[in-house]
Design a protein around this ligand. Structure first.
Ligand code: HXC
Length: 270
């Protein structure tokens, strides 16, 4: 499938660029890393677990991608700065930041502990700020126009019963991207979001829809009649970081089969 993305976009369109993908060792993040690498980018993937990075980097290298894996917790600004600096040292610059790392779990809001709320907001929203902040000096020097793409979700504006912290954090990220789109465009960085719907074979869909026995109900709310594929999210990111999207700034690219137009019902409705 990543070969398909590569042939759709044209091999080499990201040649000479370097990308930093948080949560890039698994799921959607790994799919993004593979696609950007297949299009010619040097790719740094950041994750909390070394074993995840080792496996992902081996697969990327096998596919011919110049890849670097760095252990990093996006909640820790120092850890993020060290990772970004290491990536820049290895590849000579940074052109693309993909804020993909996220934490989430299903829990009725009244049962959520303050620490549960804080943890998700810290990973998703504060983590995105930390990465943007650490990447700024490098992205602003990109000869390709620096790009920030943050992965959010349309549940952020549709309401997300059972996932209040993730919904609020993703809405916060959307707002941050709009602010940076204005504040940093004159400084050579454009900022956008990609908003996936339910994507097959991902930790998010497993936790939120499959483990709660609501996958069939969710599927029924997707007008195109299927869950999305990781590669379809990667393709949207590839477009936004490509030369074709240099005038696209501050927008949300929703890739959800039309799911956003169906409200999520109360948690007790199956
Ligand atoms: C209630 C929970 C909980 C659960 C954790 N907590 N899981 N509360 N229900 N299922 C509470 C804990 O009790 C604790 O609060 C607090 O959250 C922090 O938990 P820790 O386990 O100590 O945190 P940590 O080890 O940092 O792990 C973070 C995490 C974890 C978010 C809780 O699940 C994680 O690392 N997830 C990363 C992977 C992930 O979530 N992927 C899915 C993203 S998908 P107390 O008060 O007890 O101390 C996504 C899009 C989904 O975002 C799209 C769907 C279609």
């Amino acid at each position: 499938m990543n070969e398909k993305n590569a042939s759709i976009f044209g091999l080499g369109i990201l040649e000479g660029t370097s990308a930093f993908v948080t949560g890039g060792g698994t799921g959607i993040g790994f799919g993004i890393a593979k696609t950007l690498g297949a299009l010619g980018a040097n790719v740094t993937i950041a994750s909390r677990r070394q074993e995840v990075l080792d496996k992902a980097c081996a697969e990327l290298s096998e596919a011919g991608v110049r890849a670097l894996g760095i252990v990093c917790d996006v909640r820790d600004h120092g850890s993020v700065k060290r990772a970004v600096d290491q990536s820049v040292e290895k590849f000579g610059g940074l052109d693309i930041l993909v804020n993909n790392a996220a934490g989430n779990f299903a829990c009725p809001t009244e049962d959520l502990s303050p620490n549960g709320w804080r943890t998700v907001v810290d990973i998703d929203l504060n983590g995105t700020f930390n990465c943007c902040h650490a990447a700024f000096p490098h992205l602003s020097k990109s000869p390709h126009v620096g790009r920030i793409v943050s992965i959010i979700t349309a549940y952020a504006w549709g309401g997300w019963p059972g996932c209040a912290p993730a919904a609020a954090a993703k809405a916060g990220i959307q707002s941050l991207m709009r602010t940076l789109a204005i504040e940093w465009a004159p400084k050579n960085i454009i900022s956008n979001t990609v908003a996936p719907g339910p994507i097959a074979d991902t930790e998010g869909t497993k936790r939120i829809h499959e483990d709660t026995d609501r996958a069939a109900a969710e599927l029924a709310r997707v007008p195109v009649g299927r869950f999305g594929e990781v590669e379809e999210i990667a393709a949207a990111v590839a477009y936004l970081v490509s030369p074709a999207a240099r005038y696209v700034n501050g927008t949300d690219l929703v890739v959800d089969g039309g799911r956003q137009f169906k409200a999520t019902p109360r948690p007790d409705a199956k």
